[in-house]
Design a binder for this molecule. Structure first.
Ligand SMILES: Nc1nc2c(c(=O)[nH]1)N[C@H]1C(S)=C(S)[C@@H](COP(=O)(O)OP(=O)(O)OC[C@H]3O[C@@H](n4cnc5c(=O)[nH]c(N)nc54)[C@H](O)[C@@H]3O)O[C@H]1N2
Ligand SMILES: Nc1nc2c(c(=O)[nH]1)N[C@H]1C(S)=C(S)[C@@H](COP(=O)(O)OP(=O)(O)OC[C@H]3O[C@@H](n4cnc5c(=O)[nH]c(N)nc54)[C@H](O)[C@@H]3O)O[C@H]1N2
Ligand code: SF4
Ligand SMILES: [Mo]
Length: 701
């Protein structure tokens, strides 16, 4: 039944929903009511008609034989993944009854858990947020990805703002800092390639020799979590050689005398020791940074997943003020552009529905610990119900041993809204089938470019799938929430999100609208900080009892001679997955083949590990089995456990997050996925070739 009246044959404009800075514009071709092709919109400049391999397979994901098409109720033990189909009415009635009973005593015992499975403003936090606000449920601190770097930008530049993406193509020096752009922001990489053709020098700063690092002129393979030391040494060189744009510093920055003193404590020799890179590389980068214009830095979130991640981003965000790079439209730094958009979040999410209630906030990063906490005066009520949407916490949250133990609680009532039966869905009491991007309306901003995109549904929902918004409307109605805001439809929500009728008409016609921004936003200062300057020194941080200047904070877990866990493990994404999404899409999983740990041949030889054997990677938090891949992508002392596999599709039912910790970053309360020590040993049993015992038994045959 085609309730939403999508045309049977058409090309439909949309937006990629994934957590990716590129936010591509999509064109879906529909034939006889079925999506046959998803392509990049050639009219949208950042997309330029090209999609990544993953989303080019979006129809394979949408019509996947394992797509959830009806509501399911648990019949087996928790986590066994055994379910029976039920009707929507039965599922929603029962869920509402359970939630009502809990809410009658402790509304805060109910916890929403969601992240960026879709970045759409409507299918993420609109009706869902209204629902939990009306309920008075616990609030969720959504820290799992970007909050350390985000907070650092706010404290330094005033907001999540930076140079405009398109102008990287005109830059003469691009420092790609903590980002595997070829894998995770392909459309930026295309611009970097264009700059290279025009003579730009590309430098990559990354412990791993990624595809991106290989294609840059220079690769600085520093130890994980040492970026602030490197940035401070660059400042040191600029000071001692007199390579500063003193005029820019005097007019548009705050706190230079103090930062200058700090930088002088970081001669390149000291940083080289900490970072584990040659002095000459640091000195050369400082010379390049100071003497090339326009010079730019594409920072990405990979480098802030360590204890000092916030400070590192702050230190790096200071660099374009020191050489005056901001004076040029092709100069500056870009970590996130999301602060350029003015989304009407309060209208969408309606925090006013809380009234006088002030529920506690739980950090999504420490879901493992929080699910295992009993009621207490300090914590409040034990978590009794968990509603998960747009996220797969059992696979993606740190220290999964504890996360799994929490989800396995028999007394925890869990509802999961999903496309697939993920590791998390296995633990649900109810699984509710949700629509994909081809089946619903949504509106998108971006954290890479500065365009707003509209996503129109191209096809009718597959099976009985419903939109997230519809599911929460259905629950709201059963809970007796009668505020009119619960009956607003998705198209109205799209309009509300941006609140400009003119823009919306354009969005309907063309699929995207570009923000009207100056080319070089900070050429003459005007930073959105309290002082209007680039704040090297932050009084706001001092007021929180923190250091007002950026500094190098060593990782929580640093290998020591003779220590039990001598190897640092980082777990950046595999190129053909998007976090844990697409792991179940066979054609993409076939490319990644199997979970791997990249090791430097030296580290492997010291452990008798050969290429392709099964290894056991472990620390005090747990054990993870995968295949060893020996190559020069790993630097000595650092292993790369590519993520984020579904646990059940891995070798022994765990993934890298069995090893990661629930420690939090210096700023932004974020996870430290790449601040993690491990040891690796050969698993001889699992490495043995398929047994030939049958032959050996009959030697005389
Ligand atoms: N194909 C693909 N694309 C993605 C994703 C995905 O899973 N797959 N995820 C999306 C999401 S959610 C996000 S947040 C973005 C992330 O975007 P990026 O941050 O650009 O992500 P990565 O490509 O993982 O790049 C991180 C890089 O940082 C390196 N790194 C690790 N530790 C350190 C360190 O201490 N210092 C430095 N300098 N580098 C370090 C890693 O080796 C890795 O190459 O990508 C998005 N795009
Ligand atoms: N070890 C390690 N762990 C990491 C990272 C790492 O680099 N290393 N990266 C971290 C980062 S950067 C991030 S952002 C997090 C990501 O963590 P998550 O945000 O949980 O991302 P995904 O794993 O992609 O899971 C999203 C889920 O949402 C579902 N989904 C998508 N669209 C919809 C929809 O419209 N409705 C509903 N109901 N569901 C939908 C998808 O099917 C998918 O299962 O993981 C973090 N975990
Ligand atoms: S995942 Fe990123 S690169 Fe791929 S289509 Fe979506 S926005 Fe574009
Ligand atoms: Mo992320």
């Amino acid at each position: 039944m085609n309730q939403t009246l999508e045309p049977l044959n058409a090309t439909v404009l949309g937006a990629c929903p994934h957590d990716c800075p590129d936010t591509c514009a999509l064109v879906t071709t529909v034939e006889n009511g079925r999506a046959v092709k998803v392509q990049g919109n050639p009219a949208h400049p950042p997309t330029d008609g090209v999609l990544c391999t993953k989303v080019a397979r979006y129809t394979e994901r949408t019509y996947h034989p394992e797509r959830l098409t009806q509501p399911l109720r648990r019949v087996g033990p928790k986590g066994a993944g055994q379910f029976e189909p039920v009707s929507w009415d039965a599922a929603l009635d029962e869920i509402a009854t359970r939630l009502k009973a809990i809410a009658a005593r402790y509304p805060q015992a109910i916890l929403p858990y969601s992240y960026a499975g879709t970045m759409g403003l409507v299918q993420s936090e609109s009706i869902a947020a209204r629902f939990f606000h009306q309920l008075g449920a616990s609030l969720l601190d959504r820290t799992i990805c970007s909050s350390a770097g985000g907070e650092a930008l706010v404290q330094t530049l005033g907001n999540k703002v930076g140079m405009k993406l398109e102008f990287f193509a005109e830059s003469q020096l691009i420092v790609i800092w903590g980002s595997n752009a070829i894998g995770s922001s392909l459309h930026f990489w295309r611009l970097a390639q264009e700059a290279k053709r025009r003579g730009a020098k590309l430098v990559c700063i990354d412990p791993r020799k990624t595809e991106t690092a290989e294609k840059c002129h220079e690769h600085i393979a520093l130890r994980p979590g040492t970026d602030a030391a490197l940035a401070l040494a660059l400042m040191h060189e600029m000071v001692v050689h007199g390579w500063l744009d003193q005029d820019y510093i005097d007019r548009y920055t705050l706190g230079w005398p103090a930062l200058r003193e700090r930088a002088l404590q970081w001669p390149p020799e000291r940083a080289a020791q900490v970072c584990g890179v040659p002095v000459a590389q640091i000195v050369q980068l400082a010379r390049d940074w100071a003497n090339t214009q326009p010079a730019s830095i594409r920072l990405n979130y990979g480098m802030q997943r360590v204890r000092g991640g916030g400070n590192a981003v702050r230190a790096i965000a200071c660099l374009p003020a020191l050489n005056g790079a901001w004076r040029h439209r092709a100069g500056g730094v870009l970590l996130s552009s999301s602060g350029h958009f003015s989304v009407r979040r309060a209208a969408l999410q309606r925090p006013d529905l809380l009234g006088d209630r002030r529920p506690r906030t739980l950090n999504m990063t420490t879901i493992g610990d929080d699910l295992l906490r009993p009621s207490s005066a300090k914590f409040g009520p034990q978590v009794q119900a968990l509603i998960v949407y747009n996220s797969n916490p059992v696979a993606v949250a740190p220290e999964s041993g504890k996360v799994v133990q929490g989800f396995a609680r028999e007394d925890l009532f869990t509802v999961v809204l999903e496309h697939f039966q993920t590791d998390t869905a296995d633990y649900a009491d109810f699984i509710l089938p949700a629509t994909t991007q081809l089946e619903h309306w949504d509106i998108h901003t971006s954290y890479g470019h500065t365009d707003v995109l509209l996503n129109r549904p191209a096809i009718a929902p597959v099976g009985q799938a419903r939109t997230n918004t519809d599911i929460f409307r259905g629950l709201a109605q059963r809970m007796g929430f009668d505020d009119l805001c619960f009956s607003e439809d998705d198209q109205s929500l799209c309009r509300q999100a941006i609140g400009d009728e003119q823009d919306f008409a354009q969005l309907l016609a063309k699929g995207f609208v570009s923000l009207n921004l100056p080319d070089a936003p900070f050429a003459q200062g005007g930073f959105p900080t309290p002082s209007g300057r680039c704040e090297f020194f932050s009084q706001r941080l001092v007021d929180q009892g923190l250091d007002g200047l950026p500094d190098h904070l060593p990782n929580y877990e640093v290998a020591t001679p003779g220590g039990r866990y001598p190897l640092a493990m980082i777990s950046p994404p595999a190129r053909h997955f998007l976090n844990s999404s697409f792991v179940n899409v066979k054609s993409l999983r076939d490319i990644e083949a199997e979970p791997v740990l990249e090791m430097h041949p030296q580290d492997a030889a010291a452990r008798g590990i050969a290429d392709g054997v099964v290894v056991k990677v472990f620390n005090d938090r747990g054990t993870y089995h995968c295949k060893a891949r020996l190559n020069q992508r790993a630097r000595p002392g650092v292993v790369n456990g590519l993520g984020i596999w579904w646990r059940k599709l891995g070798l022994q039912g765990t993934n890298v997050n069995q090893l990661t910790s629930q420690h939090l970053t210096d700023l932004g309360r974020a996870p430290v996925f790449y601040d993690c020590l491990v040891e690796v040993v050969l698993d001889a049993q699992l490495s043995a070739p398929p047994t030939t015992q049958g032959l050996q038994k009959e030697p005389h045959a």
